[in-house]
Design a protein. Structure first.
Length: 90
């Protein structure tokens, strides 16, 4: 019984490691084979900016922002008056 349990645990471990390797490999393949036509498009209000990510971090950040686009583009209030603000350096 102990041997069967050890074999089962080893099999589950190997399958989990194989799944992780396959997922990471597919992500790397998708990132490395990306063309300019598949550039990330970020829309803010009426403006849309399209550019290709330069590294893996930008790629995953773009995926996250695309997933959160509904929250990002939803106004905080119904008041249409503009609110001026400045962004300081640093």
């Amino acid at each position: 019984m102990v041997v069967i349990r050890a074999i089962f645990r080893l099999t589950v471990f190997v399958i989990a490691i194989a799944a992780i390797v396959i997922i990471l490999g597919a992500g790397y393949w998708a990132f490395s084979n990306q063309t300019d036509e598949a550039a990330a498009s970020i829309s803010v209000g009426d403006a849309s900016v399209a550019r290709s990510p330069q590294n893996v971090e930008e790629f995953f950040l773009g995926l996250y922002l695309q997933a959160q686009s509904d929250k990002i583009n939803t106004p905080v209030s119904n008041d249409p008056s503009p609110v001026p603000f400045t962004v300081d350096v640093g």
